[in-house]
Design a protein around this ligand. Structure first.
Ligand code: ATP
Ligand code: MG
Length: 417
């Protein structure tokens, strides 16, 4: 019997983790500079929360959720982060504490999709939500923050695609216009799209099936059916982006996979690195009706989520700051406790220290030090203990010197430069 990770769910091994940390650090710093505070919600929620907020006829709810029952309660592993954040916002009456809440989150999400490069069944998202600001200024600020973050990370060729799907009334109008446009082409659509023609024709615009994409060519433009208030909101957003100098492209056929959006929609795409067709790094939009829909007050909201695996595929190597590493190699049983003491003193001085207490040969201890990428190795045996000294090997310079035990920590801590 050999055990393997569940299909589509990946181990992130220690030698990959430095890149994750660098990305997560850049995200947290950027979000915190913009006044977002972290929220951590459970990875499991009641199924109904996702059905209500994401929408019954979406891909996520129809076929991608990990749902199970426990003591006759239906539970679901979270497929995205907004529903949980919105639930927490309502449950803890955050609106009564502050007029505007800015929250960010970072963690694993779960969707039962066909695994491929950039598409997994457990994947990580980082996202931000703003509750209580109707925009459009904060919409522009959020998009500008993302463009800035991707620039800082060095993701090449990022394009921000922006659209608007207006409010509920506009969406109803557009749904009808789109149904009329697609109905004569019903025979050319995928089975799945044809089944949605009545209930949710907007979803067809978001389909990845080439037949559906072909049928949608020349579809009517939602921007033409926006009502006056929606149009003014959209134009003001573009005006803010223009004056900030934030690059963007208007995509009138942008429809995102979840039903909860209103007005502003955006996606950031890149052609960099190993992304292939999974090239959407980040998606977001406004969801002004969700908080009320979940039983809260009428509070407007906007948010985005970005896929960390996809961003890492788009990025080249990330230089993680390296600390000095020192290996301590005691020869003989007596030297081991002194080595543990030295290890502690080195760490207190900010040096990454590894004490090799296996009782192995010097050769094998030096091999371990090399494997760690250690800059220094401190060797001490009975003879050194007698003299109150150690041998300090500089593994980069290939030199060795004898130092008084009391001096070695300062020498290592100061000596890497
Ligand atoms: P796609 O159209 O690629 O399926 P989506 O519209 O379902 O994406 P969102 O729900 O908007 O994606 O999620 C935001 C981001 O999370 C995506 O832009 C992507 O970077 C990432 N993401 C979504 N699903 C997955 C997945 N299964 N594996 C890895 N990353 C994902
Ligand atoms: Mg999807």
């Amino acid at each position: 019997m050999s055990y393997r990770a569940v299909k589509g769910m990946n181990d992130i091994l220690p030698d990959e983790v430095a890149r994750w940390h660098a990305l997560e650090r850049a995200f947290r710093e950027t979000a915190e500079l913009h006044g977002y505070a972290e929220i951590r919600t459970p990875v499991v929620e009641g199924t109904e929360l996702f059905v209500r907020s994401i929408g019954e006829t979406t891909d996520v709810v129809e076929k991608e959720m990990y749902t199970f029952s426990h003591h006759s309660e239906s539970l679901t592993l979270r497929p995205e982060g907004t529903a949980g954040a919105a639930r927490a916002y309502v449950e803890h009456k955050a609106h009564a504490k502050e007029p505007v809440s800015r929250w960010y989150y970072l963690g694993p999400m779960f969707r039962a999709e066909r695994p491929q490069r950039g598409r997994y069944r457990q994947f990580y998202q980082a996202g931000c939500e703003i509750f209580g600001d109707p925009g459009p200024a904060c919409d522009a600020e959020m998009i500008d923050m993302l463009v800035g973050l991707f620039r800082r990370l060095g993701v090449a060729d990022v394009v921000a695609n922006i659209g608007s799907i207006g409010g509920a009334a506009t969406r109803d109008r557009y749904r009808a216009v789109l149904r009329d446009f697609l109905a004569p082409k019903a025979g050319e659509l995928s089975d799945h799209a044809r089944a949605r023609l009545d209930a949710n024709p907007l979803r067809i615009l978001d389909s990845k099936d080439p037949r559906d994409q072909a049928a949608c060519q020349g579809a009517p433009n939602i921007l033409d059916v926006l009502d006056e208030a929606d149009r003014a909101h959209f134009e003001a957003l573009l005006g803010h982006l223009d004056s900030l100098g934030t690059p963007y492209v208007v995509d009138p056929l942008l429809v995102r996979g979840l039903d909860y959006y209103t007005r502003t929609l955006f996606e950031l795409k890149s052609s960099a690195g190993e992304l292939g067709s999974q090239n959407t790094l980040c998606g977001g939009g406004r969801y002004d009706d969700m908080i009320r829909g979940l039983g809260g007050p009428a509070v407007p909201a906007i948010g985005f989520a970005m896929g960390l695996e996809r961003i890492l595929l788009a990025l080249g190597p990330i230089d993680a700051p390296k600390r000095t590493t020192c290996s301590v190699a005691p020869m003989g049983a007596r030297a081991v406790s002194k080595a543990l003491e030295l290890g502690r003193a080195l760490r207190e001085a900010g040096v990454v220290a590894d004490v090799d207490g296996r009782g192995n040969s010097l050769k094998s201890m030096l091999r371990r030090a090399d494997g760690l990428g250690a800059r220094f190795c401190i060797v001490l045996g009975d003879a050194e203990l007698e003299r109150g000294a150690v041998q300090l090997k500089d593994l980069a310079q290939h030199t060795q010197e004898e130092l008084p035990m009391a001096a070695v920590v300062a020498r290592v801590a100061g000596g890497a430069g």
